[in-house]
Design a protein around this ligand. Structure first.
Ligand code: S3P
Length: 172
């Protein structure tokens, strides 16, 4: 089985994915880290040097590469992964994949993103929490139609341990 975590930037996909994979004794893959390792560039460098379109093309290629591996995996995707090309249908069509939308209120995401924007090219130039909230609100309004197609929506406005438990509860 493959567990695919979806959700906006700073929704906790990587933290939750690591803990969940430990508990289930699955391999853990973070799509952004995978892209960085394959491309030998950081995510901001990929955007800067190669552009957003190149990033989205590679993201789609590596997503398929990871999901075609023949072993159990917990995969944390990037915030935009399900929103481009046929990525979401690729995730959803395989019944061996279980997908989870980690849902966090916009206000919390905006607070986190102001602190953690340096390595996130899409929001790195937004300086105040007020502007971040405005950006996040509009962006999630466009993206939620994709996130909400996940097999499960999980309230992720809580501790990672509780989120992990909520996911595990859907498995049995
Ligand atoms: C992106 C989210 C990032 C990363 C890239 C684009 C997005 O991943 O893939 O900066 O489009 O939302 P995180 O969700 O891990 O920050």
């Amino acid at each position: 089985m493959k567990i695919v975590l979806l959700g906006y930037m700073a929704s906790g996909k990587t933290t939750v994915g690591k803990q969940l994979s430990k508990l289930l004794q699955y391999n853990f893959i973070d799509l952004d880290s995978y892209i960085e390792a394959q491309e030998k560039l950081s995510i901001p460098e990929v955007f800067q040097k190669k552009g957003a379109i190149y990033f989205r093309k590679k993201e789609a290629v590596y997503l398929r590469q990871i999901l075609n591996k023949n072993k159990p995996i917990v995969l944390s995707t990037g915030g935009g992964t399900p929103c481009y090309g046929n990525n979401l249908s690729f995730i959803l069509k395989n019944k061996q994949h279980k997908s989870y939308y980690l849902k966090v209120p916009n206000t919390i995401l905006a607070k986190r993103l102001v602190q953690e924007k340096a390595h996130r090219p899409l929001v790195s130039s937004i300086s105040t929490e007020e502007k971040m909230l405005e950006f996040v609100g509009k962006h999630i309004f466009e993206r939620k139609q994709y996130y909400e197609q996940a097999n499960y929506s999980i309230n992720a406005n809580t501790y990672p341990k509780a989120i992990v438990e909520a996911i595990v509860a859907t498995l049995y």
